[in-house]
Design a protein around this ligand. Structure first.
Ligand SMILES: Cc1ncc(C[n+]2csc(CCOP(=O)(O)OP(=O)(O)O)c2C)c(N)n1
Ligand code: SF4
Ligand SMILES: [Mg+2]
Length: 290
């Protein structure tokens, strides 16, 4: 429920990390539209299914377009959208389950294609909307309703997955760092190619990780999350992998591929190079006629 959308009967629990992500996205989209003097409707939020995906209904202030599709299929929807309207700024909002579990097989093809979209993944280590089942980022041995003996599968490692898939821009942040996240999302939206901003966004009801992320200096507990050191070269894939393989969570821009050519530009370049023209639907059917 939001002021703009009072009939949508959904509320995040108090303290849910997704509130911070919502504010960062509102700020980034408004900034982008002011800087480029473009109407905010030039941006489209494509949302997955989950507490996280509900963000699309909860935006306050100037409203971008929104598509709330089906579980795990944000990338195919975004691909369809960008194929016809490469001029639109497409921002995907998805959960760790939506993006890495049921939607995981779409990451590789779109990364290889370098689809020019930005994905904000809200990682709470759980399926929040469906009441706390294990997700790919739930730690091993954790007991949930679907893992009564403790989770048997190893925890997935999203940063390594993204880099191995060929994602061109990868940043990591925390839901509590709203201003920094806003800048990161802006940078990702400006970047020409497939960009991911992966957010640790705790679920206060089923997996409250605020204290673990912050650590406790007095008790000698190291924070799970730490800022990436200034000297990190985000253009260096080996340095990016070193960060991605850390057992703790690096916060900042992990990887930013130089000379990124997004999907629609590759197509334009290929057309120029080959002189090939787009076939009509009738002509395409004719090529298949027996
Ligand atoms: C095809 C399909 N399978 C399963 C579901 C049930 N379902 C809805 S949301 C969800 C998981 C959501 O987890 P996540 O993406 O991490 O989002 P969160 O709620 O944690 O933000 C599941 C399994 C569904 N809606 N559609
Ligand atoms: S169940 Fe968890 S993820 Fe869903 S709204 Fe509540 S705190 Fe947020
Ligand atoms: Mg989740």
């Amino acid at each position: 429920m939001s002021k703009r959308n009072p009939e949508y009967d959904f509320k995040w629990c108090p303290g849910c990390g997704d509130f911070g992500v919502k504010r960062a996205i509102e700020g980034a989209l408004t900034d982008r539209s002011a800087t480029l003097s473009q109407p905010i409707e030039n941006s489209v939020i494509v949302a997955g299914i989950g507490c996280s995906g509900n963000l699309v209904h909860l935006q306050e202030g100037p409203q971008p377009f929104g598509i709330h599709g089906i579980h795990g299929r944000t990338l195919p929807i975004a691909y369809g959208l960008k194929s016809n309207r490469p001029d639109l700024n497409v921002l995907i909002v998805s959960g760790d389950g939506d993006f890495l579990s049921i939607g995981g097989e779409h990451i590789g093809p779109q990364a290889k294609r370098n689809l020019d979209v930005t994905v904000v993944v809200m990682d709470n280590g759980v399926y929040g909307l469906t009441k706390g089942q294990a997700s790919p980022t739930t730690e091993i041995e954790v007991v949930t309703s679907t893992t009564p003996y403790g989770k048997l599968d190893d925890r997935s490692r999203p940063f390594e997955t993204y880099l191995a898939a060929g994602v061109s821009f990868l940043a990591s942040t925390l839901s509590t760092q709203v201003k920094a996240m806003q800048q990161m999302i802006l940078e990702a939206m400006e970047y020409p190619g497939f960009s991911i901003v992966h957010v640790q966004s705790p679920c206060t009801t089923y997996n409250d990780t605020y204290a673990a992320l912050k650590g406790n200096e007095k008790e000698g507990i190291l924070p799970m999350a730490y800022p990436i050191e200034e000297g990190h070269d985000a253009g260096d894939i080996d340095a990016a992998y070193r960060l991605a393989r850390d057992s703790r969570i690096p916060v900042g821009v992990i990887y930013k591929k130089e000379d990124s050519i997004p999907a629609h530009e590759r197509l334009n370049l290929a057309r120029e190079r080959t002189g090939a023209t787009q076939k009509s639907v009738e002509e395409l059917f004719q090529t298949m006629a027996i």
